[in-house]
Write a protein that binds this ligand. Structure first.
Ligand SMILES: C[S@@+](CC[C@H](N)C(=O)[O-])C[C@H]1O[C@@H](n2cnc3c(N)ncnc32)[C@H](O)[C@@H]1O
Length: 283
C-alpha cells in the first residue's frame, strides 16, 4: 500500500470529516494565538485530540466546533490545551541543574546575593520548577536568609492545575537524586504510597501563573535565570528570535538562559556568552 492509499484509508475511518481547510484553520489559529507551528505531520494528532472534544460536546462536524471556539472563551482555552505538547520530567537535562547548584548558586553565595529571581517559562506539569526549587533547597538557598522566588508559567491551564497540586506518581522518584528527594519531596503512606508529594518549602517558593509567551510579561526587576526548555521547538524561527530578544532584555547582567537540547538561539547568539550544553550568559 502506498502512502496516499494509506492516508485515504485513515481518512475513510475517521468519524468526523476533517478537510485541509479545517486543518489550515487550526494551523492559522494556533500560530496567531500561541506562536505554535503545526506542520502537516501533526494532522492525525490534531484530529485525534480535537475529535475527543467534538464527541464530548455532542457535535458532528468541525465547522460547528470552530464556531464554538470563536464564541466561547472556555472552549478556546480547551482547544489550545488540547493542542499543546506537555512532555516533561524531573531533572530533565540534568546538567542544567548541576550548573545551577555548582556554579550559579556558588557565585551568588560568593557575591552575597540575597535576591534571586528565576523564571520557568513553559513549565508544563511542574516538574521543571520543582526541580529548580529542590536544587536550591539542597544548596541551602530556600531559607529566610534569601529572598528567592521562582515564577512558573504555561499557556495550558490544565497542566498548571497539576503543577499547583504538586502530586506525582511514585515512578517520578527514579529521576530525582537522593539529596533533592530528601529536601523536597515526601512519599505517601498507606493508600497514598504510590504518590510523591512536593514539600511546602518548594511550593512556597514558586508562583504558578497562566501566561502566553506571545503576550505581555509581568516581571518586575531583572531575572537571574530563565529556563525556557523544549518550548521554542514548537515555534517558527522568527518567533523564536523575538522571544530570545525579549529574554535577553529580562535577564540581568550575568543572568543565564537555559534552552532545550534540540533548540538554538540563532542570531541572538552574538549577544550571549555561550557556556556550552545549551546554557547562555548575558554579559
Ligand atoms: C514540552 S513542554 C516543556 C516542559 C518543560 N519546560 C521541560 O522542558 O520539560 C512545552 C510547554 O510549553 C507550553 N507552551 C507552548 N506554547 C506556549 C506559549 N505560547 N506560551 C506559554 N507556554 C507555551 C506548553 O503548554 C507545554 O506545557
Amino acid at each position: 500500500m502506498d502512502a496516499i492509499q494509506a492516508l485515504s484509508q485513515i481518512e475513510e475511518q475517521r468519524e468526523f470529516e476533517f478537510t485541509n481547510k479545517d486543518f489550515n484553520y487550526i494551523q492559522e489559529f494556533m500560530l496567531r494565538e500561541t506562536g505554535i507551528s503545526l506542520s502537516e505531520r501533526k494532522n492525525s494528532m490534531v484530529y485525534g485530540r480535537l475529535a475527543r472534544r467534538l464527541r464530548r460536546m455532542g457535535l458532528d462536524n468541525f465547522r460547528d466546533y470552530f464556531d464554538c471556539v470563536e464564541r466561547d472563551l472556555d472552549e478556546r482555552v480547551a482547544f489550545i490545551n488540547a493542542l499543546t505538547t506537555n512532555k516533561t520530567q524531573f531533572f530533565r537535562e540534568k546538567h542544567h541543574f548541576d550548573f545551577l547548584a555548582n556554579t550559579l548558586v556558588m557565585k551568588w553565595k560568593q557575591q552575597k546575593k540575597r535576591r534571586i529571581r528565576i523564571w520557568s517559562a513553559g513549565c508544563s506539569t511542574g516538574e521543571e520548577p520543582y526541580t529548580i526549587a529542590s536544587t536550591l533547597a539542597a544548596c541551602g538557598v530556600l531559607t529566610p536568609n534569601y529572598d528567592c522566588k521562582i515564577l512558573a508559567t504555561d499557556l495550558d491551564t490544565q497542566v498548571l492545575e497539576v503543577a499547583r497540586n504538586g502530586t506525582y506518581g511514585i515512578d517520578a522518584m527514579k529521576a530525582i537524586p537522593d539529596k533533592m528527594l530528601r529536601h523536597g519531596f515526601i512519599r505517601g503512606k498507606g493508600k497514598k504510597q504510590e504518590l510523591l508529594k512536593v514539600k511546602p518549602l518548594l511550593q512556597q517558593a514558586i508562583t504558578f501563573k497562566q501566561l502566553n509567551l506571545m503576550g505581555s510579561w509581568p516581571h518586575k526587576g531583572p531575572l537571574d535565570a530563565i529556563f525556557c526548555r523544549n518550548v521554542m521547538i514548537y515555534f517558527e524561527k522568527d518567533v523564536q528570535q523575538k522571544l530570545i530578544q525579549r529574554y535577553w532584555e529580562k535577564l540581568g547582567s550575568g543572568g543565564i538562559l537555559f534552552i532545550g537540547h534540540s533548540e538554538s538561539i540563532g542570531q541572538m547568539g552574538s549577544q550571549f556568552e555561550n557556556l556550552g550544553q545549551t546554557m547562555f550568559r548575558k554579559p
